[in-house]
Structures are given as structure tokens and as C-alpha cells.
Design a protein around this ligand. Structure first.
Ligand SMILES: [Zn+2]
Length: 303
């Protein structure tokens, strides 16, 4: 059976849909999007997804039997309701069940960081540079910090459905209180906005992380250099906790912070002083698929 794969990436502002030929041939048959309009609430998000699927069926002349969806947050494996989503309208809601009822098809649902890890494994940088990898840790360091684990080509969800969620591990008190109720989370130190805030705490000026990195490279801005040092030092420290437990073959770093080149050199260097090993062999790679990883990974869920 080689039916086309249907995937949906549910984002805060857009819902993106794709139909791809097969796992071996990820050529999109159709790719389209619709506004989430999340402010209108949960029921509206569900009907926007239904509208998108109907329009995809109409445009392609195909019919979905099973659909992969990448979401912010995860489905609690016991309660079967959503949790940990920054699109807060989803939290506590039985999204999978509601969509299955509304669309009359089977749904495979996974966290967007998991979809990212899956897409990079099948079609991205892992396939290109590390095709033998059995364990892949995909991380997203953007406005938030998340992660997903792929083992032998399948997402590892874990007992609570939170496997790979290193963003809310404790990292350092200096990160301050987090929306999750804890203090000093990885996200509060290493997310883009957290690093920008750190720079602003020294200079009182708010600039992008990209600008901070440029200023550091030019060598005239001490606060920029301190901010980048903070990123490199704590990146190694935070990743070491994951490497010591999971010991993945490869780590892929997505999100805006993953676009900073020094993460792959100085960040990797910092890891050496923290892991319980006398050398670092794990590859830390920049992703290849860009913004497409989420929706392609969602489609890969049903392969
Ligand atoms: Zn937190």
C-alpha cells in the first residue's frame, strides 16, 4: 500500500497542510495553508482544520483516510487531552477525539518538535549527514525551547508524552521564573527572547539575537560578547544532561537560535566540559528543511 501521506502543522497563526507522495518520495502533491484565528477559541480552531482538509480534498481530488497532525503541546497519553501548549485554548481539550469525530478519519498527533525531528530524520540533514543514526534528538530553540526524540525512525513519546522536553529542565537560577511555574528552566536561559533580555539587562537596549551575534563577531560590544558566552556555556551545560541520559547519535538544532553558527562550534566546545565522557563524538547539526519540517514531519507520522 502506497497511499499519499497527509500532514497538518497546527501553528499559532497558520495551519499548514501537505499531501506528499510517499515516505520514499516526499514530493508535495499539494501544499496549502489557512489562518488559525486562535483568538476565536478552541471550536473555531477545530473547524479551521476541517475547512483546510475539505479544501485539500477538493483541490487534490484525493480523500484522506488517516492524517498526521503536529501541534504545539502534546496529547496526554492517559487523559487523551492536550497539555503544555502555548496555544492555551488547546490545553485540556480532547483534540484528537474531536477531530476524528468531525473529520471521520484516524488522526496521529504529535508535538511539533517531534515532527521536526522526524522530518529531519527522514528527509533532512540526518538522512544526508548521518544516515546510520538510530537515535536522533531534535531540538527547537526559538521563542521557546522544545525537543523530540526519534528512535529507529519512530517518535519516542514516553510515559507522560513528554519525552525530549528538555526546555523545562532546570538549568540556572539566573533564568528567573518561568510560565510553567518553575524557575531557571533551559527556556528561560537559552530561548531567543531570554538571551535578548539578558543583553538588554546590561545595555537597556532590545535588539535581535542575530544582531547580538553580529556585534559579538565585530568585537566592539562587550555586552554582546557576554550574551554569546552565556549562550555557548549554557548550551553545552543543558545539552550535557540530555547526552548523559539519551546519548543520541545526532542532535539537530532548529529554531532561531539554531541559526547562530557559533552554537555548532563554541556551543559544542562547551559540551566537552560537561558530559561524562573524555571526548564528544555526537554530531550537532543545522537542520535542512527550514519551515517545512513541521508539516512534512506531520505527514511522516502516518507513514
Ligand atoms: Zn519552565
Amino acid at each position: 500500500m502506497n497511499e499519499p501521506l497527509w500532514g497538518i502543522d497546527l501553528g499559532g497563526t497558520k495551519i499548514e497542510g501537505v499531501i506528499i507522495t510517499s515516505l520514499e518520495d516526499p514530493k508535495p502533491i499539494l501544499r496549502t495553508r489557512i489562518d488559525t484565528e486562535g483568538a476565536k477559541g478552541y471550536d473555531h480552531i477545530v473547524s479551521q482544520i476541517a475547512t483546510l482538509i475539505q479544501s485539500m480534498e477538493k483541490k487534490s481530488g484525493l480523500k484522506a483516510n488517516i492524517l498526521g497532525i503536529g501541534t504545539p503541546g502534546v496529547l496526554d497519553p492517559i487523559l487523551q487531552t492536550m497539555k503544555n501548549s502555548n496555544s492555551t485554548a488547546l490545553n485540556g481539550m480532547p483534540l484528537k477525539k474531536d477531530l476524528e469525530n468531525k473529520l471521520q478519519l484516524n488522526i496521529e498527533l504529535a508535538n511539533d518538535a517531534n515532527c521536526f525531528a522526524l522530518a529531519e530524520t527522514y528527509w533532512g540533514v540526518v538522512k544526508e549527514k548521518c544516515p546510520e543514526a538510530k537515535v536522533v534528538f531534535g531540538i527547537i530553540m526559538g521563542t521557546g525551547v522544545g525537543g523530540g526524540i526519534v528512535i529507529n525512525g519512530k517518535i519516542w513519546n514516553g510515559h507522560h508524552g513528554i519525552a525530549g522536553e528538555w526546555g523545562h529542565n532546570f538549568l540556572d537560577e539566573s533564568g528567573g521564573p518561568c510560565y510553567c511555574g518553575k524557575t531557571g528552566c533551559v527556556e528561560k536561559v537559552l530561548a531567543g527572547p531570554s538571551l535578548q533580555r539578558y543583553y538588554s539587562s546590561i545595555t537597556s537596549s532590545m535588539i535581535t539575537l542575530k544582531e547580538i551575534a553580529q556585534r559579538d563577531a565585530q568585537g566592539f560590544d562587550k555586552a554582546a560578547s557576554e550574551t554569546m558566552k552565556r549562550l555557548h556555556y549554557f548550551f553545552g551545560k543543558a545539552i550535557s544532561g540530555v547526552v548523559n541520559i539519551l546519548d543520541p547519535d545526532v542532535i539537530v538544532v532548529g529554531g532561531g537560535v539554531g541559526n547562530i553558527d557559533s552554537v555548532y562550534t563554541e556551543g559544542l566546545e562547551s559540551l566537552k566540559q560537561f558530559i561524562f565522557n573524555n571526548r564528544v563524538d555526537v554530531q550537532i547539526l543545522k537542520p535542512k528543511l527550514g519551515d517545512s519540517a513541521g508539516v512534512f514531519g506531520a505527514a511522516a507520522l502516518v507513514a
